[in-house]
Design a protein around this ligand. Structure first.
Ligand code: 9WO
Length: 259
């Protein structure tokens, strides 16, 4: 996947390019990030990247000319990269995405869809954001992590990159499959335990030590359904359960109400 990233703080992206699963995906060439700093596209002596809003008031907006120039450069770079040698019909599909609280809320399903794309440009806003005309002419999609404000789009862009990386074929290696993570079956994960077998007198559920794989599968599914029922009943509401799941959840509720 080719990613063009427009940001005033390119150094922040070391968090995804150098660490963990995303770091490995970048080193192996599975994810290719190219950073574009509007400051490098300024033409004035002071290299200004912010400007006053018309109508006054506190706060600043991103300065338009360097912003537009850096978006154009990012788009050009990712399009030439992934169209290299081939016909470029696919490259015309490169979307410019703005991370903002006004966007559509990202869900695991949207991450899976976005992760299939060959390229995209991520625009990280700072200050109070961007001029509305730039929004309307340059931005194809607006996505949000949720209903809260942070100081800029970078952490949101990195969150999106990390989540998409997990769906690149080969990115997870030994860590398993992104399709087995929480949410991929619409349920929360069941509790997990590691050594030691006792912590301050608290043991590990017997079934996990039994070696009975079918019993373990059932127990985990039951716990998964139970955890979802207790912590995220809204997720269960939106699902239709199979017979086995219905029965295991019923058992969980009985156990829970008895204890
Ligand atoms: C800042 C500000 C200051 C004074 C008055 C109004 C103001 N609004 C903002 C503002 O919304 N700043 C944003 C900062 C501009 C776009 C980038 N920023 C951002 C992205 N904050 N939060 C996000 C974000 C992105 C994705 N998911 C959740 C939050």
């Amino acid at each position: 996947m080719q990613l063009g990233i427009v940001t005033l703080f390119p150094a922040m992206f070391a968090a995804v390019t150098e660490y963990g699963i995303s770091g490995r995906a970048v080193r192996s060439g599975l994810m290719n990030l190219e950073l574009f700093n509007p400051r490098d596209y300024t033409t004035d002596k002071h290299r200004s990247v912010d400007d006053k809003p018309f109508g006054g008031g506190p706060g600043m907006l991103m300065k338009t000319e360097p912003l537009m120039a850096s978006i154009a450069a990012a788009r050009r770079a990712v399009e030439t990269k992934h169209a290299a040698g081939a016909d470029n019909s696919e490259s015309k599909g490169t979307k410019v995405i703005y991370l903002s609280p006004q966007g559509k809320t990202l869900k695991q399903d949207s991450i899976i869809d976005l992760a299939q794309r060959e390229s995209m440009v991520l625009l990280c806003g700072r200050y109070q954001g961007i001029d509305n005309r730039v929004l309307e002419s340059e931005i194809d999609e607006e996505w949000s992590l949720g209903d809260f404000v942070i100081s800029g789009g970078e952490l949101a862009a990195m969150t999106l990159i990390d989540a998409m990386t997990r769906f690149q074929p080969g990115a997870l290696g030994d860590e398993g499959s992104a399709l087995e993570d929480s949410f991929s079956n619409g349920l929360l994960h069941s509790p997990e335990y590691t050594r030691p077998q006792s912590i301050n007198g608290q043991g590990v559920p017997e079934v996990l030590l039994s070696g009975d794989h079918e019993a373990i599968r059932k127990w985990r599914l039951k716990q998964s359904l139970g955890a979802t029922w207790l912590k995220r009943p809204d997720l269960l509401q939106a699902m239709s359960l199979e017979n086995e799941q219905e029965e295991l959840l019923e058992q969980f509720k009985q156990d829970y109400l008895r204890d």
